[in-house]
Write a protein that binds this ligand. Structure first.
Ligand code: BDR
Ligand code: CA
Length: 319
């Protein structure tokens, strides 16, 4: 099993990343940190706690992280995730902070402790603005050699058919990306929108989830959440396209790299860090002969993704 830390801003697709991380047979989820992103920090923390509870995930705690990006003002993705960050179902339990939140320390200290205490190098899966990760690497650079890989959901490279200009996670805190890319972590992987927009929870997928999960209430919760996400993406992706599951794709990468196509290329945050607009710069074709610093994924085997994701949901529904 690969020890994994999940940094997230739960979020519909973050919730799926959490469930995949907790129930994939080859992942040992060490802990979860929350950050300002899809919604304010208090909401993303609460949502993480509620998802842990709803999915019966025992022995994993949430740790509060940064309440705002390093330089930019906080902004939230309410158009897509609703005001709470996780709108769309009344089946989520009220948050049991006592049991699921470790309020004794913050995310940065908790990540450092988990990484330094682990007998094996840890993978970090970062599926939100990179603020917590940048703070960790700045305050505790001794963690770097103990990080086996950092898998980031973020960015857009222009290699897919759907080409939005910017992506929420990386454009929310480009200065954090700047720090992360210069940290010395040996393996940084990027799972950009170009890849994740091929992973859509369509009607057929939702039916498969309902058919296979063992607990009708849990199946309904997942159906509600995916249905809400599909509806908020309908304008952008088309009516009936489904809900894009960006974040769990970055989770899958740490244990199923062979399900991806990828290129080792040079990547950087936009030119003027300090007043950076959040564009991603990447030398995808090696035209500029810049030194590669990142594995940028360009495709994923969606059938293998869904097998892993549905498998995790079935496991969760049995708890
Ligand atoms: C990313 O932004 C958030 O809304 C999602 O949770 C995902 O991490 C996609 O651009
Ligand atoms: Ca997210």
């Amino acid at each position: 099993q690969v020890p994994v830390w999940l940094d997230c801003d739960v979020g519909h697709d973050d919730a799926m990343a959490l469930i995949l991380g907790a129930y994939h047979p080859r992942i040992r989820l060490l802990g979860v940190s929350s950050v300002s992103g899809n919604a304010p920090l208090e909401n993303t923390t609460e949502n993480a706690v509620r998802v842990l509870q709803a999915a019966g995930i025992a022995g994993v705690k949430v740790h509060r992280g940064a309440a705002r990006p390093l330089v930019k003002e906080a902004r939230h993705h309410t158009k897509v995730h609703g005001a709470s960050g996780l709108d769309g179902s009344d089946l989520l339990p009220p948050a049991d902070y006592e049991q699921y939140l470790d309020a004794s320390t913050n995310a940065v200290n908790a990540m450092r402790r988990a990484i330094m205490d682990s007998s094996e190098p840890v993978a970090i899966v970062a599926v939100a603005p990179l603020t917590n990760v940048a703070l960790l690497l700045s305050v505790y650079p001794e963690v770097v050699p103990r990080i086996r890989m950092l898998s980031i959901m973020g960015g857009v490279t222009g290699t897919g058919s759907h080409r939005p200009a910017r992506e929420f996670n990386l454009s929310s805190d480009p200065e954090a990306l700047h720090i992360v890319l210069r940290s010395g972590i040996a393996h940084i992987a990027l799972v950009p929108l170009d890849v994740t927009l091929s992973v859509l929870a369509s009607r057929a997928v939702i039916d498969r989830i309902s058919r296979t999960t063992r607990n009708p209430r849990f199946a309904q919760l997942i159906t509600d959440l995916l249905g809400f996400s599909a509806s908020t993406h309908a304008d952008e992706l088309g009516e009936g396209a489904g809900a894009p599951l960006h974040d769990p794709v970055a989770m899958l990468y740490v244990v199923m790299r062979d399900a991806f196509e990828e290129k080792h290329v040079w990547v950087d945050a936009g030119e003027d860090v300090g007043a950076c607009n959040g564009w991603l710069r990447c030398d995808m074709d090696g035209e500029h002969a810049l030194p590669p610093n990142c594995w940028v994924t360009t495709a994923v085997d969606t059938a293998r993704f869904w097998d892993a994701m549905v498998g995790a949901l079935v496991e969760a529904s049995g708890r």
